[in-house]
Design a binder for this molecule. Structure first.
Ligand SMILES: [Zn+2]
Length: 429
């Protein structure tokens, strides 16, 4: 297995996109709008400094409890070094807090909302993407609109939670490993980056946004680094902080932390986030890795490219489809209904710290091979891109009924798990 370890490390240098169903805020606003009380503009924006100052003693208790729980319940959990423990009276509270959580201390943490279905920006001032994200590739956010809000202003739980659900893609989990650029990687005890191609800015967040929880033991034996994924722990941290903030009377931070936790649940509803290489059997995976090791890397390259292309193309397609349905103004369209429909919410087990892993990731892993195959078939059906001399309007991709049906099902899971988390974590009206 040792040889395979080495070659699997090469096999899984997957490029990594930030997206899982494109924009978490948009999907969240659709999924959460039907819940009671979500649209009341009743929650006052509170600064992080004010929250941390008011709760600095109690917060130490909470974060110590979370650390003890993680050590006891999360396999292979990299312990938080004692030097990062949250201490009341820290001179720079914001930085100390982010380091106690082991997230990127460079994140913007702007006060803002996204313009979304059910969330109107009003007269607020538009913010550049650079005000909300640390990403250097700002063109990725050209399609989205951010608006600044001020302390004391009132917002709806829908606006706060949905906006926050996209935030973990704005830099929270970038450069946390010991071989990444920046200062904190050396302090955080996550070790070297387990997989992902370090040349891509976003690759270092991959082990926090994907969760390989249901691969065969053979795959894990061949590539032990594949066990080093942390979305379950991140969701546990943020949902715990959300409950704490609600209980202590800080609903703005309750909903914002809740949104951060939702991000990881939603990422895992995307089969490419729950599965090492969809469409590959265990034997095929190991054989491909062995061939690459023996000097024949073609299959390995092809598998990596196949997965990256299919993941990107299906998300682009899903977003385009969603936008076209939103443009009709008809809430009864099938993809919109799949976000909103609450029919299956109650069929899932109770929400607890294992829900992301045992329910969400398991369900998504079960459909990964079928999803990958349908995307492959759909891509083959597309006409080859024409020349651009007739103008640069790219034709809409031809739909495939089976693929559309599966996307509707998977987006139904996105909606159901989003609502189940919100029901479990936020105070119910
Ligand atoms: Zn993500």
């Amino acid at each position: 297995m040792k040889l395979l370890s080495a070659c699997c490390a090469v096999l899984f240098l997957l490029p990594f996109q930030a997206q899982a169903w494109s924009n978490h805020s948009m999907g969240s606003s659709l999924a959460l709008a039907p819940l009671p009380g979500m649209s009341d503009e009743s929650i006052e924006v509170e600064s992080l400094e004010r929250f941390l100052t008011a709760e600095e003693q109690e917060l130490q208790v909470l974060l110590d409890e979370q650390e003890a729980f993680a050590r006891a319940h999360f396999d292979g959990y990299p312990e938080r070094p004692d030097s990062l423990r949250w201490q009341p009276g820290a001179p720079d509270r914001k930085s100390a807090f982010l380091q106690a959580l082991r997230i990127n201390p460079e994140i913007r943490l702007a006060y803002f909302i996204q313009a979304l279905p059910g969330v109107l920006p009003g007269q607020r001032q538009r913010l550049e993407a650079s005000a909300v994200t640390v990403s250097r590739q700002l063109s990725m956010w050209n399609d989205w609109r951010f608006y600044g809000v001020s302390e004391g202003e009132k917002l709806s739980p829908l606006a706060i939670t949905s906006t926050a659900a996209d935030e973990p893609d704005y830099g929270h989990d970038i450069n946390l490993f010991s071989d990444n650029p920046g200062k904190v990687g050396a302090l955080y005890n996550f070790g070297p980056q387990p997989f992902g191609d370090a040349r891509f800015e976003y690759s270092s967040q991959a082990p926090f946004h994907i969760g390989y929880y249901h691969e065969s033991p053979l795959v894990f034996a061949a590539g032990p680094f594949l066990t080093r994924t942390y979305p379950q722990w991140r969701a546990y941290q943020y949902f715990g902080l959300a409950r704490f903030a609600f209980e202590q009377g800080h609903p703005y931070w309750g909903y914002r932390f809740l949104g951060w936790g939702l991000h990881y649940i939603q990422d895992l509803t995307q089969p490419y986030h729950s599965t090492v290489l969809p469409g590959e059997t265990t034997a095929g995976l190991i054989w491909t890795a062995a061939k690459a090791l023996a000097g024949f890397p073609e299959d390995k390259q092809a598998a990596i490219e196949r997965v990256a292309t299919r993941h990107t193309e299906v998300e682009k397609y899903q977003l385009r489809w969603l936008r076209s349905e939103l443009a009709t103004g008809d809430a009864q369209r099938p993809l919109l209904m799949s976000y909103i429909n609450q029919g299956k919410d109650a069929q899932y087990p109770a929400f607890d710290y294992r829900y992301l892993r045992d329910t969400v990731a398991y369900e998504s892993r079960q459909q990964a091979d079928q999803f990958d195959a349908l995307i492959g078939k759909w891509l083959v059906e597309q006409p080859t891109p024409g020349d651009f001399s007739k103008g640069n309007q790219q034709a809409a991709p031809k739909p495939d009924a089976q693929l559309q049906q599966l996307i509707i099902e998977l987006i139904g899971h996105f909606g159901a798990h989003t609502r189940n988390a919100v029901r479990a974590v936020s105070p119910q009206p």
